[in-house]
Design a protein around this ligand. Structure first.
Ligand SMILES: *Cc1c(COP(=O)(O)O)cnc(C)c1O
Length: 414
């Protein structure tokens, strides 16, 4: 998005007004990535130093690394109530998603060639599904309602004797809506169809129990839960038919070749353990801050709407659309005030198309363009939110004052 020079000038003026020297920095983009937890880093360090062995080696260095991986596997399994043998470590959440879809498609493609997913999935699912369409599979993309919820009745209607897999995300990364996964998985099960959920945003933020939910496959990612980037995991229920996606050595019981990212896996394990132990407090803390932020924004700014379900939503997610404001300008202004946020999905910024999620919930293009996602994390405080609430109304008003679309007079412009 090209910004008019006067807009940029104005933004820099706001910044210099906001005080030279110390500027508060507030990170509110935890759905994009999180900082590695200090305890996670401490747990990882030995595996980058003395305990650098290859887990496939038979001498002590190798055995120590192998034992560390198995310990991490048990920690990840405990977080989602799986058995350790049902956890496969991957190189990312994206790889876990690709493995689930392609792995089931190649194992069961002879039985049927129909897959069901939703219109609001992460691109790791959507682009993989599109690629499978190129390879002769048929894919149904279920619609969502205005809050971003999939209707279980729509799933029932979409199932055919050809359907081999249903993949619906647990919680949406942009608008935070939490889907009725238990209900949807039950429907798939009644039809003898495998069910996968991309739970990258949900794990560590809300309770996730694979046995209670009845899902067959579930993806998670390290860097969304205070572990490092470049490590993820796929839960595969025992007995589930799925073919390997990456070929090579015999790692991960021949399911995912490639020398293991030992420090990353150890970090993911520790992060999973911390998430399990701290979940109730983390969740309560995030919900309190989130609701304070939502009420503050809706109460202090006109012509704004909250996107996503009001209550069935991730504890740390707030997503707003501001009329007569362009999302990229909003992000730039917030950055100048030291606040990190996102407009729709991080992957879609830099493109002129508004987010597919906001379009799927029925927002018109111009409203979708004026959206702002603020996602909170464990280190955020009430002071952080107070700071956002102290600068955001001003920023929105200034941008609206410069917008040719905003009805002057109707909006309070300073
Ligand atoms: C971040 C994210 C992914 C991708 O995970 P990576 O580890 O970054 O590849 C997939 N799905 C959702 C919902 C996400 O938020």
């Amino acid at each position: 998005m090209v910004l008019a020079t006067e807009v940029v000038d104005e933004l820099y003026r706001i910044r210099s007004e906001r005080g030279k020297g110390f500027m508060r920095r507030v990170y509110l983009d935890h759905a994009a990535t999180t900082a590695v937890h200090p305890q996670v880093l401490q747990t990882m360090l030995p595996y980058l130093q003395d305990q650098f062995g290859n887990p496939s080696s038979i001498y002590s260095w190798g055995r120590e690394a192998k034992a560390a991986i198995e310990n991490a596997r048990a920690q990840v399994a405990a977080l989602i109530n799986a058995d350790p043998a049902e956890i496969i470590f991957t190189g990312s959440g994206t790889e876990a998603d690709n493995t689930a879809l392609v792995g089931v498609a190649s194992a069961l493609g002879h039985k049927g060639r129909h897959i069901i997913t939703s219109k609001i999935e992460h691109h790791a699912i959507l682009h993989t599904a599109e690629d499978l369409e190129q390879k002769g599979f048929q894919v149904t993309y279920l619609p969502v309602d205005g809050d971003g919820l999939v209707d279980p009745e729509d799933l029932k209607k979409a199932l055919t004797p050809e359907t081999i897999l249903v993949s619906i995300m647990f919680a949406n990364n942009e608008i935070g809506t939490i889907e009725p996964i238990g209900q949807l998985a039950q429907i798939a099960k009644e039809h003898g169809v495998l069910f996968h959920t991309d739970a990258v945003q949900a794990v560590g933020n809300v309770p996730v129990d694979v046995k209670e939910l009845g899902v067959d496959l579930l993806s998670l990612s390290g860097h969304k839960i205070y572990a490092p980037k470049g490590v993820g995991a796929l839960y595969v229920r025992r007995g589930t038919k799925i073919k390997p996606f990456i070929h090579g050595g015999a790692q991960e019981r021949k399911f995912r070749a490639g020398t293991e990212n030992v420090p990353g896996i150890v970090g993911l394990g520790k992060a999973a353990e911390l998430a399990r132990l701290e979940l109730p407090e983390r969740r309560a803390h995030l919900i309190e801050l989130r609701d304070y932020l939502i009420e503050g924004v809706l109460g202090s700014i006109d012509h704004v709407r909250l996107n996503g379900h009001r209550t069935c939503r991730l504890p740390g997610n707030a997503n707003f659309s501001f009329e007569f404001v362009e999302g990229e300008s909003l992000l730039l202004s917030l950055d100048l005030a030291g606040i990190a946020a996102s407009s729709g999905s991080a992957c879609t910024s830099g493109s002129l198309e508004p987010s597919h999620v906001l379009l799927a919930i029925g927002l018109p293009h111009e409203i979708a363009h004026g959206s702002l996602r603020l996602t909170l994390g464990r280190e955020n405080t009430k002071e952080d939110i107070d700071y956002v609430l102290s600068v955001l109304p001003d920023i929105v008003n200034r941008l609206r004052a410069m917008s040719p679309l905003a009805p002057k007079g109707g909006l309070s412009c300073v």
